[in-house]
Design a protein. Structure first.
Length: 763
């Protein structure tokens, strides 16, 4: 039996050694690390020694382990997650040399020849893990702040206020008692959970009720204290082709005169191209708004590709004007619908104006006209300044996103811009561009944040998918933090072109994760780490803004960001900015096709293929993963950071989320180590010195001390909370924290249709 085990063990070493040797030789030929070929040869020598019952079997493996320790520390330092794939596997294999049968096969060599470096490797990883898990910033906890009497206890706008600060000026729940939070109630909607259903909405808390959009066209009104449903409105039938499509929230407006039919109105958009006004008290349409409560958003859009125009975010209401954008399919044709932004009268539903990028200065269509096709769309949430009478719109690309050879000059000029629109006239006051000639889908997804800086300057904070955070004067769009143009790689495919420079801020540090290097490649074992290094070396990658060509290209940050629609939150009393970011690369390429060829979008050849109709290239994309479907780059894959707004300096940063909900082949590992997980959603800051955030793949709602990053409370959710928490004080006087937990189509895990509410126990 012992001899059979030794033969099996030696055979495994032969396979491992051969794989590392061959793969290592390929990597070295590509200009990569020599370690793998040398390690593979050492493992092969060790296997041969075992079969020949020679002492050099142990010496070869022990020497390989010792060199591996030195090489790992040289390449990765004491980074716990970077050390694990380099050391754990080889060390565990090395422990088999301590077994009597293997020792005899190794000529009776001392157990310490392999045992010492194996135990040293495991000890080094353990020290690195403990160091990372117990690391704290050493900063003092959040100081108490004065909460003004009568401070807003409701949550009346998607981002708390029209400026999108996501700050709750209430402190009943604070750093001293947050550990006592418990589930107060749970509401499960009747929307069927599923892989493509994302419950991304943040509810509104107004006058004792919660108003929640649970899918496109469906709103529920809940009691703030109990979660009991008061009414439900469904605009689209359950069998609709748009059923289950995402809806990030609704907007609220109180009438300015007693004569209005609806004194308190809710506004929602549907994927069928509707803007609907609902009586917040009864859940019935406000019939005096537009036509029986519904404004048709497809008017003026033309007949082609209408289903590519899908409003997903709530409107923004400023000075009685309901401002609406929409999402246009990223991979559509050059004949896509217009990205027009429209303003409607909040009470009558009459169209006040339409900002059409192709018709500057014209606020209404003339008879027979349609809005300019294929202009940049704006699918995120807008913000505004009521005193200035401005709405701040973040635009994206004009489709298709990854080829611009036929993009118009006006569309290119207004891609990835902040556009400040006068809500009274629909005229543009100013614009600011965050990307020059976007070919990477770096649209502005995050809500811009209106806030005054500590020195009193009226600012607009602009978070981006790139990880850059621009700070502008919101009155005129001029940068408060200097913006510089830096050279970037060029080399677009035939028929396209790249901008030679891109704008970078000199204020807040980037949260993009920096430039990837071969040493950043990761894996669960040395073998898949080596394979990721080979992928990295074979791919085209020259840093951020690497042109996507016909060979595999690494794009980082990828389409998800950086900072996505969850945006950032601001604690104005402490002068702090809270930022959560995603750090995952994609492998992309453009696939040439002949004119007239029909490309069917879908999963093909291990990638997701997008048609890009009318372009000479379709687009193929997939996350940058190892053969075990683990990310090819080292953790963290998600971070949460806090910056001092006055100095723009980092206060603290840490991985957001653990490895509990992720693992090889999509199987959850249940390992509670801080890895920094993929995340979609946002945060809320409170006067109690807390930051609440879910968002991450491990399905946990957390509370951090905003001053030092200490995690003070956590609770498990039924699904990923890919949404934004809100906090309010109910009519009973209790402060609640509420989060929608439904899962997200881009993050593996279970699905639900739950709204979870937490509060301190009743006294």
């Amino acid at each position: 039996m012992g001899r059979f085990f030794v033969w099996m063990f030696a055979a495994i070493l032969v396979v491992v050694g051969a794989t590392l040797s061959i793969g290592g030789a390929m990597l070295a030929q590509l200009g990569g690390s020599l370690y793998y070929v040398l390690a593979g040869l050492a493992v092969l020598v060790s296997a041969i020694g075992l079969l020949r019952r020679a002492r050099y079997a142990a010496w070869a493996f022990g020497l390989m382990l010792a060199v591996t320790i030195v090489w790992s520390v040289w390449e990765a330092g004491l980074d716990d997650w970077a050390l694990m794939p380099r050391l754990v596997g080889p060390a565990v294999v090395g422990l088999f040399f301590l077994l009597p049968a293997v020792r005899r096969a190794a000529g009776g060599a001392s157990r310490w020849i392999v045992g010492a470096p194996a135990l040293a490797a495991l000890l080094l990883v353990t020290v690195a893990v403990v160091r990372a898990e117990t690391a704290e910033s050493g900063l003092p906890p959040a100081a108490r702040v004065q909460v003004a009497a009568g401070a807003g206890k409701d949550w009346r706008q998607w981002g708390k206020d029209v400026g999108g600060t996501r700050y709750a000026p209430i402190d009943q729940i604070n750093t001293g008692n947050v550990a006592k939070l418990t589930l107060a109630w749970r509401y499960d909607s009747d929307v069927t959970p599923g892989a493509l259903v994302s419950l991304e909405a943040a509810p509104l808390a107004v006058d004792g009720r919660l108003y929640m959009c649970v899918e496109s066209g469906t709103i529920v009104a809940l009691d703030q204290d109990t979660g009991k449903r008061i009414w439900q409105y469904r605009a689209l039938p359950k069998g609709s082709k748009f059923a289950g499509w995402k809806c990030r929230g609704v907007a609220y407006h109180a009438a300015t005169t007693a004569r209005s039919e609806c004194q308190r109105s809710l506004y929602l958009t549907t994927s069928a191209g509707q803007l609907i006004a609902i009586d917040a008290d009864t859940g019935r349409p406000c019939t005096g708004f537009a036509r029986n409560g519904i404004a048709d958003l497809r008017v003026g859009m033309g007949a082609a590709h209408l289903d590519d125009a899908l409003p997903t975010s709530p409107p923004t209401i400023i000075n009685g004007v309901v401002v609406v954008g929409q999402s246009i399919s990223d991979f559509g044709s050059f004949d896509s619908p217009s990205g027009v932004i429209r303003g409607y009268d909040a009470e009558t539903g009459a169209l006040r104006w339409a900002w059409d990028a192709g018709r500057p200065g014209q606020s209404q269509l003339k008879p027979g006209e349609t809005y300019t096709r294929d202009t940049p769309n704006a699918w995120g949430v807008f913000s505004g300044d009521e005193r200035l009478g401005l709405v701040y719109v973040g635009t994206g690309n004009s489709p298709p996103d990854y080829f611009s050879g036929f993009r118009s000059k006006v569309a290119d000029a207004l891609t990835d811009n902040i556009v400040a629109i006068d809500v009274a006239t629909g005229q543009v006051r100013w614009t600011f561009r965050t990307v020059n000639h976007d070919l990477w889908d770096y649209d502005i997804a995050a809500q811009p944040v209106v806030t005054d800086l500590p020195d009193g300057k009226p600012a607009l904070i602009v978070p981006t998918k790139r990880g850059e955070i621009f700070v502008l004067d919101r009155t005129n769009g001029k940068p408060i933090d200097r913006v510089v143009q830096k050279p970037v790689p060029v080399g677009a495919v035939k028929g396209d072109w790249n901008a030679p420079t891109q704008p970078y801020t000199t204020g807040f540090p980037s949260v993009s994760g920096g430039t990837l290097a071969e040493a950043d490649m990761w894996g669960l074992t040395p073998i898949d780490q080596m394979l990721c290094r080979i992928q990295y070396r074979r791919a085209n990658y020259q840093g951020q803004f690497t042109p996507i060509g016909t060979r595999p290209t690494i794009t980082y940050p990828a389409v998800g960001g950086g900072i996505n629609w969850g945006s950032v939150s601001v604690d104005p009393q402490r002068g702090l900015l809270v930022v959560n970011a995603l750090r995952l690369a994609n492998i992309n390429r453009l696939v040439p096709r002949t004119r007239g060829t029909v490309v069917k979008a879908g999963f093909e050849g291990g990638v997701i293929l997008f048609a890009q109709d009318g372009a000479p290239y379709s687009f193929a994309s997939f996350p940058f993963l190892s053969p075990l479907y683990a990310p090819c780059q080292k953790p963290p894959y998600g971070t949460i950071s806090v910056f001092d707004i006055r100095t723009r300096k980092l206060v603290w940063s840490k991985p957001l989320g653990t490895a509990e909900g992720s693992g090889p082949l999509g199987i959850a590992s249940h390992i509670p180590l801080r890895m920094g997980a993929p995340n979609f959603g946002g945060s809320v800051a409170t006067a109690g010195g807390l930051v609440f955030i879910a968002a991450a793949q491990d399905r946990v709602l957390r509370a951090f001390d905003i001053a030092n990053g200490e995690e003070l409370w956590r609770t498990k959710l039924p699904a990923v909370g890919a949404a934004m928490p809100i906090s309010y004080v109910s009519p009973s006087g209790r402060q609640f924290v509420v989060i929608a937990a439904g899962g997200h189509f881009a993050i593996p895990g279970p699905h639900a249709a739950a709204i979870m509410a937490y509060a301190l126990p009743r006294k």
